[in-house]
Design a protein around this ligand. Structure first.
Ligand code: CDP
Ligand code: MG
Length: 135
């Protein structure tokens, strides 16, 4: 069944100037780009996006990181796209992510790990509602 996921390239990925390479990886995998926009995430959007992590020790750090500079937000579509993109992105901690994954190849720590992707179809729907209300 066709599914959608929400992805954004975090400010550290933008600073590394690898946005195009990341988009290419998803395209080469055969995923369909539905929407793409560069934007500066507000504090309110960031808190809503990471609401599940409120109160955790890394919460303030990740909010500060994703609001520090513009990101590129996207919707991707394909059968099983949520799981496929999570696999392609790799483990959360870039230091432990497998080489060959996006985080494994481009990140070396926990907070600045280049890319976000939804962890379930329900999360994707919620996150798309925050960033792309018309989709
Ligand atoms: O992004 P992902 O779904 O893989 O991980 P998460 O557990 O939902 O955490 C959200 C984000 O918070 C991560 O991508 C990291 O940037 C950050 N984080 C962190 O800085 N330190 C942790 N111990 C866990 C997460
Ligand atoms: Mg997550």
């Amino acid at each position: 069944m066709v599914e959608r996921t929400f992805v954004f390239i975090k400010p550290d990925g933008m600073q590394k100037r690898i946005a195009g390479r990341i988009v290419s990886r998803y395209e080469e995998k055969g995923l369909e780009l539905v929407a793409i926009q560069k934007l500066h995430i507000t504090r309110a959007m960031a808190e809503q996006h990471y609401a599940e992590h409120k109160g955790k020790p890394f919460f303030e750090g990740i909010i500060a990181a994703i609001t520090s500079a513009p990101v590129v937000a996207m919707i991707w579509e394909a059968p099983d796209v949520v799981a496929i993109v999570r696999l392609m992105n790799g483990a959360t901690n870039g230091a432990l992510a497998e080489p060959g994954t996006i985080r494994g190849d481009f990140a070396a720590n926990f907070t600045d790990n280049v890319v976000h992707a939804s962890d379930s179809p329900a999360s994707a729907k919620r996150e798309i509602g925050i960033f792309f209300p018309n989709f």
